[in-house]
Design a protein around this ligand. Sequence first.
Ligand SMILES: [Zn+2]
Length: 270
Amino acid sequence: MKNTMHKKKYFGFVILLVMSVLFFTACGSMNTNSGSSTKESSTTQMDVNKNETGEGRSMEEREGFSIREISDDLFDRMKAGNTYKEDCIVPREDLRYLLVLHKDKDGNIHQGEMVVHKLIAEDVLEIFEKLYDADYPIERMVLPDNYLADDEIMMRDNNSSSFNFRFISHTNKVSKHGLGMAVDINTLYNPYHKIVTNEDGTTEEVIEPATGEAYLDRTKDFDYKIEKDDLCYKLFTEKGFEWGGDWTDRKDYQHFELPTDITEKYSEGL
Ligand SMILES: [Zn+2]
């Protein structure tokens, strides 16, 4: 929050000189535009420029980092893109839209976006602020709707994301991603891996994304790899998240989730 004081002074200065909220908004727009550069920014730029909504962070918001409620336009996008499916039991009001800056491995700055549950919105925003400040590399962060909510395609593209509504197979329980209570980071390089035993006793190996097989050997060194005790691991686990890389019956190296009981809340009465 280094620039909070600067922003407050700037705000007062503009008010005194111009006495116009509209003019101030225009100035804010120009500042924001100069601060982010990316191929993904075009879809989110309009939202970046708004400073009037969020979770009480409004005027103290850091440029490029914000929490917003789900706007009508965004809700339409989530329905068309299939993350907010017809049978979604999580109310739109319980979700939040995060805008965060992130840097890829070459240091290029991108405007990222992510929908999460409101219960973790503040914590996740803070984590991404710290990752950005520490130059922790995250390659891509757009909504799964850009991939029509197809997990495999999205993971192959190394996209980082959270909310994507779905029930756990053959249950009426909603998955952590279906609640927006789990976050996947740098998915291609941190794949999901499980040995599944079939009913006939045979086993099969599940790797998601399938193109992530080369990154299952965690003794190797490669870009975008999440490691136990690295900054990403530390920031999420400090906030109470579990890391899928710590699981023993399967590995989900990209995955951080908050182990709370809100799944039950949304599963009751189904
Ligand atoms: Zn996950």
